[in-house]
Ligand binder design. Sequence first.
Ligand code: SF4
Length: 274
Amino acid sequence: MKIYRARYGGVCFGVKRAIEMALKATRKKSNVYSLGPLIHNRVAVESLKKQGIITVDKISDIKSGKVIIRSHGIPPALLKKLKRKRFEIVDATCPRVRRAQRYVERLITEGYYVVIIGEKDHPEVKGLLGYAGNKAVMYSKDLKLRKHKIGVVPQTTLDLVHLNEAIANLVPNVSEMKIYNTICKATILRTKEAMRIAEKADMMLVVGGKNSANTTRLYQMCKKIKPSYHIESVDDVIIDWFESVKSIGVTAGASTPKEQVEEVINFIKKKYPA
Ligand code: SF4
């Protein structure tokens, strides 16, 4: 079996950095609390828990100690609340997300009404909306804009296809539009490469948490080109999938640890030696 392995699939710089910062913080024999999973990957979260990184859903679940801010960042109001409670804060907001937050702040100062393009329930998006106060809205196809001077900020993991579609829909309704291209380079490289691989492979495997939005989107894009499967780990692989294929592409979302991709590749190599 020929395996095409994506070079740009897997944990991105921002998530890797946040995990390293959290692990470093646990070294002084203290637990570190994360508001929501540090990485959108069930297996990785379990392993981090054993190393002292506890995932909680709300501030009231944190008794004392250190709180890590995830790579996605948080709204300023939440940051204030954490500071008021006097927790020790380890800020692992990805510098690229931080840049997007600053763009939102700048747009507001310059009098623009902000339109965020992305998934409304994603923590990064919630953070960005928070930086805009009540002067922002989520993009949707049937958005009725009352403002004519808008500033557009995409989620860092948005793909270019969706950004272009949204811009084309917005343009006829506004007189002025400022766009900050905050789509992360890691996302662009990962998507382009996955599309290239899907063109030449008979089948695609996309490895990553089912709760990871960017993995799901990557899978949906691959599926448009070739038969594709979204798997969380090697345990989800079904042998029947490989019956009539000679080559397979393997990629992964921004929150999939390298080891999980390795396991999948080693499994296929073992079953179907080249
Ligand atoms: S996708 Fe890019 S911007 Fe978003 S956390 Fe990862 S490295 Fe940072």
